[in-house]
Design a protein around this ligand. Sequence first.
Ligand SMILES: *Cc1c(COP(=O)(O)O)cnc(C)c1O
Length: 508
Amino acid sequence: MKIAEEIAVSRVEKEAGNAEQTKAEQTLDPERWEAFRALAHRMVDDMVDHTSGLREQPAWQQPPVDVKQAIRNEPLPMEGQSAEQVYDDYLKLVQPYTNGNRHPRAWGWVRGNGTPLAAMAEMLSASINAHLGGGEQSPTYVEERCLQWLAEVMEMPAGTTGILVSGGTMANLLGLAVARDARAGFDVRQEGLAGHERLTVYASSETHMWARKSMDVLGMGAEQLREIPVDDDFRVDVDRLRAQIREDRTAGMRPIAVIGNAGTVNSGAVDDLPALAALCREENLWLHVDGAFGALLKLSDRYASLVRGVELADSLAFDLHKWMYLPFEIGCLLVADAAAHRAAFASTASYLEGNKRGVLATGLYFSDRGIELTRGFKALKLWMSLKAHGLRAFAAQIEQNMEQAQFLEERAAQEPALELLTPRTMNVVCFRYRGDGGRDEAFCNALNRELVIRLQESGEFVVSGTELGGRYALRVANTNHRSRMQDFEDLVQATLRIGRELDGVMKV
Ligand SMILES: *Cc1c(COP(=O)(O)O)cnc(C)c1O
């Protein structure tokens, strides 16, 4: 029976029943569970078809005008329609038109693909709808165990506590909040910042924009983020950093924290973390490390030394939806000093009072380690993925991405018409088309900007661009578990072809 017919039948039945009752009692559960089951099976089948056939699909296609209009002009639905019709809308209007990061040839910004198993875990997680404020339930223990595993991978000290959050921005923000409260020298949570000396934080000029945003949100002010120049390898200049700290102290400010990068967003540069840790010890500052994707190199015996010193962080933020390939959203904050972590966020409320028995009996409240109270069960996709694939599979996947990046780097270096713009430290390759080298910088920048867009519009590749020392580069950040070596050769060929075309027709 078609869903519409079933609904009609069930309405008749319901109305017949209603005649005897004064008021029908409503629920959002399906009226016919069997019809729902059929639709749910179809959704899973379609999802598997779609995901297994990604390579045959365009990497990106712009939503057509009629699709955008259908979404934007739809009035607020007051009456429902069948779930089947709504699902058809999803298939037609939504599924084909995303930013493309699931595709084997997508390397733009830093975005993971997601995995089929973790997608199913998301479905399971939504179906049990567990509330991860904490409490006496298996999901609490699953998240806590995952956090311990992650602390072990990152070689953080015993007693480290953590929390899963929406992503790197949130994990970094929370880490900086812990730093602020631990090093301000007064009770920021109670008193606020007014009337106190200015709190300053130090980071390289290559640090991701979360840092400025967080300084603002945490009330310290973006101006108090001291952006320290980098060396030729885009690593923070530690001498300049030390000098700035001294200067600020002399000027009556209160330096509280240094942010170290384990893989900058632009070029994958890794600051000298052991040197930053030593400096922080000398100056009694908090070391927060942003390891959004780079910290995951800790998984690989071969490459862990590239991010040496991550484990020295007082707080460490990283993503699991980038180089752990899990579907959005999932990031992690680890804090070496559990008491400092708790002190930054714990609050008491009588309606959440813990007991020795009953639903809230664990004494383990994730709401004491961050700012959210109601939290979803993000840990399930991590737990199932780690158990099913094993840590070694993730390590091998990361190593494959490194080899692919190395291949692309070598190919770009071999081609006279291409130019590498940074030394590659990890999975990020920045290069540009320079033709025969006879063009000025302004022309090169304009050409390469256009090249990035043309590659995207071709539907063959999603790469992004960035500016490095005033030079515009194509940027490939490889956190893709679906790419093959040939995809990178094809990118080189497409870049050469489109670059030559543009060189012939563009004027500045
Ligand atoms: C992606 C990224 C962030 C932000 O993480 P989100 O998960 O996008 O919020 C922070 N720092 C670096 C180095 C990143 O690459």
